[in-house]
Ligand binder design. Structure first.
Ligand SMILES: CC(C)(COP(=O)(O)OP(=O)(O)OC[C@H]1O[C@@H](n2cnc3c(N)ncnc32)[C@H](O)[C@@H]1OP(=O)(O)O)[C@@H](O)C(=O)NCCC(=O)NCCS
Length: 188
């Protein structure tokens, strides 16, 4: 039965999921999301397909795209991942990677790394901060791999170092912040 509040029964969701089941080994392309209903809906469907992300309305996603950088990863024009990035208030504040998410059927082929690389290129002079749950091994490995790929170290920083909202965290979320210091000497 059609449930107007469920992304799973929205027209097109099933067809998109079918494409995801047979993704070709094509290159991933990263682009900036646009504040359109289409990109807001793609985000919503990816949120629905990723286990650890909250599902938002199309309107809320469009509003977010209008306010900050949202990157979409696409394989043959189908979105498979996204990344929400916020630039800190002052020049010395980092770039906050608030969320990186890749649909399960497109994981472990470099999409997460490609999203982080594009996010980092957006404002290369800033350091990079992100937060993970201790048991999110995939996210922690991805962040380590990313730091390694740009020749920098990633280190855990005190919980109060950054505002939870800058890190994209809601009240009560128990994530730990990390910092990649791009202004320091290269990693060994
Ligand atoms: C965390 C997450 C974004 C990683 O995305 P991903 O696209 O799988 O990441 P990548 O493919 O770039 O890298 C992951 C692994 O795949 C490997 N990989 C990359 N390209 C590969 C390829 N072509 N073939 C095989 N493996 C590959 C990487 O080396 C890495 O391996 P490792 O675990 O041994 O380090 C994804 O698991 C996810 O969306 N999780 C749910 C949401 C979430 O928890 N987000 C983080 C909280 S903000």
């Amino acid at each position: 039965m059609f449930n107007p509040d469920s992304p799973y029964s929205e027209p097109g969701f099933g067809a998109w999921k079918q494409v995801l089941e047979a993704l070709p080994l094509s290159e991933v392309l990263i682009r900036e999301a646009e504040p359109t209903a289409q990109d807001g809906r793609w985000m919503r469907w990816m949120q629905a397909d990723c286990e650890s992300t909250n599902i938002h309305s199309v309107e809320d996603n469009v509003s977010k795209i209008g306010q900050q950088l949202v990157l979409l990863a696409e394989i043959v024009d189908y979105p498979v991942g996204f990344c929400c990035v916020l630039a800190g208030r002052t020049d010395s504040d980092p770039l906050f990677i608030q969320l990186v998410a890749v649909v399960p059927s497109a994981r472990r082929r470099g999409v997460g790394l490609a999203l982080l690389s594009s996010a980092a290129d957006w404002q290369p002079e800033r350091n990079i901060a992100m937060a993970t749950l201790d048991d999110n091994v995939d996210a922690r490995r991805l962040n380590e791999r990313f730091a390694q790929s740009i020749g920098k170290n990633i280190r855990r920083v005190p919980v109060r170092r950054f505002r939870p909202s800058d890190l994209g965290l809601a009240r009560g979320e128990r994530h730990h912040p990390w910092l990649i210091d791009r202004r320091q000497q290269d990693a060994d």
